[in-house]
Design a protein around this ligand. Sequence first.
Ligand code: HEM
Length: 179
Amino acid sequence: MDNFLHIFFIWMHVLGVALFVGPQFFMAFAWIPASRGIDDMQVRIRAMRTITRRFGYVGGAGLVMLFVAGGYLIGDWRNFYAVSDETGFTDLRFGVVFIVKMTLLTIMLLALGIHMFILGPRQMARLEAQANGEQVSEAALRKARLQSMAFSIFGLVLALAIMVLGAMLNDVSWSLQEA
Ligand code: HEM
């Protein structure tokens, strides 16, 4: 039963990574270049709103899966790998890597939050104002775009680094050795 649950939650964890990270590549390499080809700004903004909302649903579902599955995996690690209670959490590489992973995760969530709730909406508002004929300088638009991009790229780089740390945890012939 333990093995079945472990495999199931590893699967859910990997699916969570796919849903959370995959759409970020799609946005950067498929949607954003394609959207620049839409000359009608009203159409472009409407499409952008739909796609970013759907992107949020998929990525959000991925994040929930990561937390649920990750919560199980860390809750069960001592039992699953037969690590006795006398061994302190940070006595093994597993504990140290896990703490680094959670720290990077917190920073990634902060970067993502700033991108999703502050910089992304600001960029959209400026684009929309320009499309409605209001005075918005190219410099202001460019600044909003660059700031928003910088935070999303930073978040993606952190997600990739967190994946490396996950793979390090998973390699128990290495991670269960003394730190
Ligand atoms: C609440 C958050 C998270 C917790 C508690 C958590 C916990 C864990 C644990 C304990 C493992 C090792 C499983 C084992 O080998 O027994 C693991 C593996 C892994 N984690 Fe996470 N993790 C979390 C979030 C994330 C995030 C955000 C990512 C990537 C964006 C990620 C990517 C991975 C990968 C790629 C692996 C290796 C493959 C696997 O075992 O599934 N994790 N995680």
